[in-house]
Design a protein around this ligand. Structure first.
Ligand SMILES: NC(=O)c1ccc[n+]([C@@H]2O[C@H](COP(=O)([O-])OP(=O)(O)OC[C@H]3O[C@@H](n4cnc5c(N)ncnc54)[C@H](OP(=O)(O)O)[C@@H]3O)[C@@H](O)[C@H]2O)c1
Length: 261
Protein backbone atom coordinates (compact mmCIF):
# COMPACT_ATOMS: atom_id res chain seq x y z
CA UNK A 1 0.00 0.00 0.00
CA UNK A 2 1.50 3.33 -1.01
CA UNK A 3 0.32 6.71 0.10
CA UNK A 4 1.64 10.14 -0.75
CA UNK A 5 2.61 11.68 2.54
CA UNK A 6 2.18 9.87 5.80
CA UNK A 7 -1.33 10.76 6.86
CA UNK A 8 -4.40 8.58 7.14
CA UNK A 9 -6.13 6.98 4.14
CA UNK A 10 -9.29 8.86 3.27
CA UNK A 11 -11.26 6.09 1.76
CA UNK A 12 -10.80 2.45 0.99
CA UNK A 13 -10.49 2.41 -2.78
CA UNK A 14 -8.77 -0.92 -3.20
CA UNK A 15 -11.78 -3.29 -3.23
CA UNK A 16 -13.33 -1.57 -6.25
CA UNK A 17 -10.11 -1.79 -8.22
CA UNK A 18 -9.85 -5.50 -7.52
CA UNK A 19 -13.38 -5.96 -8.85
CA UNK A 20 -12.85 -3.79 -11.96
CA UNK A 21 -9.36 -4.40 -13.37
CA UNK A 22 -9.80 -1.66 -16.04
CA UNK A 23 -10.53 0.91 -13.36
CA UNK A 24 -7.99 3.74 -13.29
CA UNK A 25 -7.19 6.27 -10.58
CA UNK A 26 -7.22 9.71 -12.15
CA UNK A 27 -6.81 13.22 -10.78
CA UNK A 28 -8.76 15.94 -12.59
CA UNK A 29 -8.03 19.57 -11.77
CA UNK A 30 -10.51 22.30 -12.62
CA UNK A 31 -13.21 19.66 -12.24
CA UNK A 32 -15.84 22.07 -10.92
CA UNK A 33 -16.89 23.70 -14.20
CA UNK A 34 -16.71 23.64 -17.97
CA UNK A 35 -14.34 21.20 -19.63
CA UNK A 36 -13.05 19.64 -16.38
CA UNK A 37 -16.59 18.99 -15.15
CA UNK A 38 -17.30 17.22 -18.46
CA UNK A 39 -14.11 15.15 -18.07
CA UNK A 40 -15.13 14.09 -14.57
CA UNK A 41 -18.67 13.20 -15.64
CA UNK A 42 -17.41 11.15 -18.57
CA UNK A 43 -14.96 9.23 -16.39
CA UNK A 44 -17.62 8.60 -13.75
CA UNK A 45 -20.08 7.30 -16.33
CA UNK A 46 -17.59 4.73 -17.64
CA UNK A 47 -18.39 1.08 -16.91
CA UNK A 48 -14.74 0.78 -15.85
CA UNK A 49 -15.65 2.38 -12.49
CA UNK A 50 -12.70 4.79 -12.42
CA UNK A 51 -11.63 6.33 -9.12
CA UNK A 52 -11.28 10.10 -9.21
CA UNK A 53 -9.57 12.79 -7.23
CA UNK A 54 -11.38 15.98 -8.19
CA UNK A 55 -9.99 19.45 -7.51
CA UNK A 56 -11.24 23.01 -7.76
CA UNK A 57 -12.34 25.86 -5.52
CA UNK A 58 -16.14 25.51 -5.76
CA UNK A 59 -16.87 23.43 -2.69
CA UNK A 60 -20.56 22.95 -3.54
CA UNK A 61 -19.71 21.24 -6.85
CA UNK A 62 -17.08 19.05 -5.21
CA UNK A 63 -19.51 18.15 -2.41
CA UNK A 64 -22.07 17.14 -5.00
CA UNK A 65 -19.59 14.77 -6.68
CA UNK A 66 -18.67 13.37 -3.29
CA UNK A 67 -22.25 12.74 -2.26
CA UNK A 68 -23.28 11.18 -5.58
CA UNK A 69 -20.18 8.93 -5.80
CA UNK A 70 -18.97 8.47 -2.23
CA UNK A 71 -17.07 5.28 -3.01
CA UNK A 72 -15.32 6.56 -6.14
CA UNK A 73 -14.53 10.23 -5.56
CA UNK A 74 -12.14 12.09 -3.32
CA UNK A 75 -12.30 15.87 -3.48
CA UNK A 76 -9.66 18.50 -2.87
CA UNK A 77 -10.88 22.08 -2.51
CA UNK A 78 -8.29 24.82 -2.81
CA UNK A 79 -6.62 27.51 -4.84
CA UNK A 80 -3.94 26.42 -7.29
CA UNK A 81 -2.24 29.76 -6.62
CA UNK A 82 -1.41 28.37 -3.18
CA UNK A 83 1.54 26.08 -3.84
CA UNK A 84 1.50 24.69 -0.29
CA UNK A 85 -2.06 23.50 -0.94
CA UNK A 86 -0.95 21.99 -4.23
CA UNK A 87 2.05 20.25 -2.66
CA UNK A 88 -0.08 18.72 0.08
CA UNK A 89 -3.06 18.03 -2.14
CA UNK A 90 -2.61 14.29 -2.36
CA UNK A 91 -1.33 13.69 1.14
CA UNK A 92 -3.42 11.12 2.87
CA UNK A 93 -5.01 9.84 -0.32
CA UNK A 94 -4.79 6.11 -0.41
CA UNK A 95 -4.10 4.87 -3.92
CA UNK A 96 -3.41 1.26 -3.10
CA UNK A 97 -0.11 1.80 -4.85
CA UNK A 98 -1.49 3.50 -7.93
CA UNK A 99 -2.15 6.75 -9.67
CA UNK A 100 -2.73 6.31 -13.39
CA UNK A 101 -3.29 9.79 -14.76
CA UNK A 102 -3.32 13.51 -14.14
CA UNK A 103 -5.72 15.67 -16.13
CA UNK A 104 -4.24 19.12 -15.54
CA UNK A 105 -7.10 21.21 -16.79
CA UNK A 106 -7.49 24.13 -14.37
CA UNK A 107 -6.64 27.49 -15.83
CA UNK A 108 -7.17 31.21 -15.66
CA UNK A 109 -6.95 33.94 -18.27
CA UNK A 110 -5.48 36.28 -15.68
CA UNK A 111 -6.85 39.81 -16.04
CA UNK A 112 -6.29 40.10 -19.81
CA UNK A 113 -4.00 43.10 -19.59
CA UNK A 114 -1.62 44.21 -22.30
CA UNK A 115 2.01 43.80 -21.33
CA UNK A 116 2.42 47.56 -20.88
CA UNK A 117 -0.41 47.52 -18.33
CA UNK A 118 0.65 44.48 -16.38
CA UNK A 119 2.31 44.47 -12.98
CA UNK A 120 4.80 41.71 -12.26
CA UNK A 121 2.61 40.18 -9.54
CA UNK A 122 -0.28 39.68 -11.98
CA UNK A 123 2.11 37.97 -14.41
CA UNK A 124 3.56 35.86 -11.63
CA UNK A 125 0.16 34.84 -10.19
CA UNK A 126 -1.17 33.68 -13.57
CA UNK A 127 1.99 31.63 -14.14
CA UNK A 128 1.70 30.17 -10.64
CA UNK A 129 -1.88 29.00 -11.27
CA UNK A 130 -1.49 27.78 -14.85
CA UNK A 131 2.07 26.44 -14.84
CA UNK A 132 3.90 26.23 -11.51
CA UNK A 133 1.05 24.40 -9.77
CA UNK A 134 1.25 21.75 -12.52
CA UNK A 135 4.99 21.36 -12.03
CA UNK A 136 4.54 20.98 -8.26
CA UNK A 137 1.80 18.39 -8.66
CA UNK A 138 3.77 16.46 -11.28
CA UNK A 139 6.86 16.37 -9.05
CA UNK A 140 4.77 14.99 -6.18
CA UNK A 141 3.14 12.30 -8.29
CA UNK A 142 5.85 11.19 -10.74
CA UNK A 143 6.91 8.13 -8.72
CA UNK A 144 3.36 6.75 -8.89
CA UNK A 145 2.85 7.76 -12.52
CA UNK A 146 6.11 6.06 -13.54
CA UNK A 147 5.11 2.93 -11.71
CA UNK A 148 1.69 2.85 -13.38
CA UNK A 149 3.14 3.77 -16.82
CA UNK A 150 0.64 6.55 -16.48
CA UNK A 151 -0.47 9.61 -18.37
CA UNK A 152 -0.49 13.38 -18.00
CA UNK A 153 -2.99 15.30 -20.13
CA UNK A 154 -2.80 19.10 -20.10
CA UNK A 155 -5.59 21.35 -21.31
CA UNK A 156 -3.63 23.85 -23.36
CA UNK A 157 -4.97 26.39 -25.85
CA UNK A 158 -4.63 27.72 -29.36
CA UNK A 159 -3.40 30.85 -27.56
CA UNK A 160 -0.11 28.98 -27.05
CA UNK A 161 0.51 29.63 -30.76
CA UNK A 162 -1.56 32.76 -31.46
CA UNK A 163 -0.63 36.06 -29.78
CA UNK A 164 -3.91 37.85 -29.13
CA UNK A 165 -3.34 41.38 -27.77
CA UNK A 166 -4.09 41.40 -24.00
CA UNK A 167 -3.72 37.62 -23.76
CA UNK A 168 0.07 37.74 -23.39
CA UNK A 169 0.33 36.08 -20.01
CA UNK A 170 -2.34 33.47 -20.76
CA UNK A 171 -0.74 32.55 -24.08
CA UNK A 172 2.71 32.41 -22.48
CA UNK A 173 1.44 30.02 -19.79
CA UNK A 174 -0.09 27.74 -22.42
CA UNK A 175 3.12 27.82 -24.48
CA UNK A 176 4.93 26.85 -21.29
CA UNK A 177 2.52 23.94 -20.82
CA UNK A 178 3.32 22.73 -24.33
CA UNK A 179 7.01 22.98 -23.57
CA UNK A 180 6.52 21.02 -20.35
CA UNK A 181 4.77 18.36 -22.41
CA UNK A 182 7.80 18.01 -24.69
CA UNK A 183 10.24 18.05 -21.77
CA UNK A 184 8.34 15.38 -19.85
CA UNK A 185 8.21 13.25 -22.97
CA UNK A 186 12.00 13.40 -23.19
CA UNK A 187 12.65 13.01 -19.48
CA UNK A 188 10.05 10.43 -18.47
CA UNK A 189 9.95 7.43 -20.82
CA UNK A 190 7.45 5.60 -18.60
CA UNK A 191 4.90 8.41 -18.64
CA UNK A 192 2.80 9.47 -21.63
CA UNK A 193 2.37 13.25 -21.63
CA UNK A 194 0.35 15.30 -24.05
CA UNK A 195 -1.42 18.62 -24.32
CA UNK A 196 -4.60 19.40 -26.18
CA UNK A 197 -6.21 22.57 -27.49
CA UNK A 198 -9.92 22.08 -26.89
CA UNK A 199 -11.27 24.61 -29.41
CA UNK A 200 -13.52 27.53 -28.51
CA UNK A 201 -15.75 26.06 -25.84
CA UNK A 202 -18.97 27.32 -24.24
CA UNK A 203 -17.77 27.71 -20.65
CA UNK A 204 -17.48 30.38 -17.96
CA UNK A 205 -14.08 31.29 -19.41
CA UNK A 206 -15.66 32.30 -22.74
CA UNK A 207 -18.36 34.24 -20.87
CA UNK A 208 -15.64 36.03 -18.93
CA UNK A 209 -13.96 37.00 -22.21
CA UNK A 210 -17.21 38.41 -23.61
CA UNK A 211 -18.34 40.14 -20.43
CA UNK A 212 -15.11 41.41 -18.88
CA UNK A 213 -12.19 41.44 -21.25
CA UNK A 214 -13.32 42.47 -24.73
CA UNK A 215 -12.42 46.13 -24.23
CA UNK A 216 -8.71 45.33 -24.04
CA UNK A 217 -8.72 43.21 -27.19
CA UNK A 218 -8.37 44.21 -30.84
CA UNK A 219 -11.63 44.81 -32.73
CA UNK A 220 -11.28 41.74 -34.97
CA UNK A 221 -10.67 39.49 -31.96
CA UNK A 222 -13.67 40.98 -30.16
CA UNK A 223 -15.85 40.17 -33.17
CA UNK A 224 -14.48 36.64 -33.32
CA UNK A 225 -15.53 35.86 -29.74
CA UNK A 226 -18.89 37.66 -29.99
CA UNK A 227 -19.84 35.97 -33.25
CA UNK A 228 -18.78 32.53 -32.05
CA UNK A 229 -21.41 32.79 -29.31
CA UNK A 230 -24.02 34.57 -31.43
CA UNK A 231 -23.72 32.09 -34.31
CA UNK A 232 -23.80 29.01 -32.08
CA UNK A 233 -20.23 28.03 -32.99
CA UNK A 234 -19.00 27.38 -29.45
CA UNK A 235 -18.34 23.74 -28.69
CA UNK A 236 -20.20 22.13 -25.81
CA UNK A 237 -17.71 21.29 -23.00
CA UNK A 238 -18.54 17.59 -23.42
CA UNK A 239 -16.93 17.55 -26.86
CA UNK A 240 -13.33 18.20 -25.75
CA UNK A 241 -14.14 16.82 -22.27
CA UNK A 242 -14.95 13.36 -23.63
CA UNK A 243 -11.78 13.32 -25.73
CA UNK A 244 -9.63 14.38 -22.78
CA UNK A 245 -11.22 11.71 -20.58
CA UNK A 246 -10.47 9.02 -23.18
CA UNK A 247 -6.89 10.24 -23.60
CA UNK A 248 -6.37 10.07 -19.83
CA UNK A 249 -7.37 6.41 -19.90
CA UNK A 250 -5.89 5.16 -23.15
CA UNK A 251 -3.63 7.64 -24.97
CA UNK A 252 -0.95 5.66 -26.79
CA UNK A 253 2.71 6.21 -26.04
CA UNK A 254 3.28 7.41 -29.64
CA UNK A 255 1.24 10.51 -28.83
CA UNK A 256 3.55 11.52 -26.02
CA UNK A 257 5.07 14.99 -26.42
CA UNK A 258 2.43 16.16 -28.86
CA UNK A 259 0.06 19.12 -28.89
CA UNK A 260 -3.28 17.82 -30.15
CA UNK A 261 -6.23 19.71 -31.52
N1 LIG B 1 -13.28 27.60 -22.97
C1 LIG B 1 -12.43 27.70 -23.98
O1 LIG B 1 -12.80 28.17 -25.07
C2 LIG B 1 -11.00 27.24 -23.80
C3 LIG B 1 -10.18 27.31 -24.93
C4 LIG B 1 -8.86 26.88 -24.80
C5 LIG B 1 -8.40 26.40 -23.59
N2 LIG B 1 -9.23 26.37 -22.50
C6 LIG B 1 -8.68 25.85 -21.26
O2 LIG B 1 -9.55 24.88 -20.74
C7 LIG B 1 -9.34 24.74 -19.33
C8 LIG B 1 -10.69 24.70 -18.65
O3 LIG B 1 -11.33 25.95 -18.85
P1 LIG B 1 -12.90 26.10 -19.09
O4 LIG B 1 -13.10 26.70 -20.41
O5 LIG B 1 -13.58 24.84 -18.73
O6 LIG B 1 -13.21 27.25 -18.05
P2 LIG B 1 -14.07 27.30 -16.70
O7 LIG B 1 -15.44 26.79 -16.93
O8 LIG B 1 -13.90 28.69 -16.20
O9 LIG B 1 -13.31 26.27 -15.74
C9 LIG B 1 -12.08 26.56 -15.19
C10 LIG B 1 -11.76 25.51 -14.15
O10 LIG B 1 -10.45 25.81 -13.59
C11 LIG B 1 -10.58 25.95 -12.18
N3 LIG B 1 -9.71 27.00 -11.68
C12 LIG B 1 -9.50 28.22 -12.21
N4 LIG B 1 -8.67 28.94 -11.43
C13 LIG B 1 -8.35 28.14 -10.38
C14 LIG B 1 -7.55 28.30 -9.24
N5 LIG B 1 -6.90 29.46 -8.99
N6 LIG B 1 -7.45 27.28 -8.36
C15 LIG B 1 -8.10 26.12 -8.57
N7 LIG B 1 -8.87 25.89 -9.66
C16 LIG B 1 -9.00 26.90 -10.54
C17 LIG B 1 -12.04 26.32 -11.95
O11 LIG B 1 -12.45 25.87 -10.68
P3 LIG B 1 -12.95 26.81 -9.48
O12 LIG B 1 -13.58 28.00 -10.04
O13 LIG B 1 -13.83 25.91 -8.68
O14 LIG B 1 -11.69 27.09 -8.78
C18 LIG B 1 -12.76 25.53 -13.03
O15 LIG B 1 -13.02 24.22 -12.57
C19 LIG B 1 -8.46 25.91 -18.92
O16 LIG B 1 -7.14 25.47 -18.75
C20 LIG B 1 -8.54 26.83 -20.12
O17 LIG B 1 -7.38 27.63 -20.23
C21 LIG B 1 -10.51 26.77 -22.59
Amino acid sequence: MQTLGNTHPLTALAPLQAQYPSSRTILVSGATAGIGLAVANRLLSSPDQHLLILAGRKVSVLDNFQSTHPDRVITRAGDMADLEFVKGMLQGVQFDGRLDALVLNHGTLGRCLRLGQMEADEWERTFRINVTSCVVLIKETLPLLRKAKGRIVFTSSGAALNAYPSWGVYGATKAAINHLTMTLNNEEPDVTTLSIRPGVVDTAMQMEIREKYLHNMDEKDQQKFLSAKRDGKLLPPEKPGNVIAELAVRAKKELSGSFLR
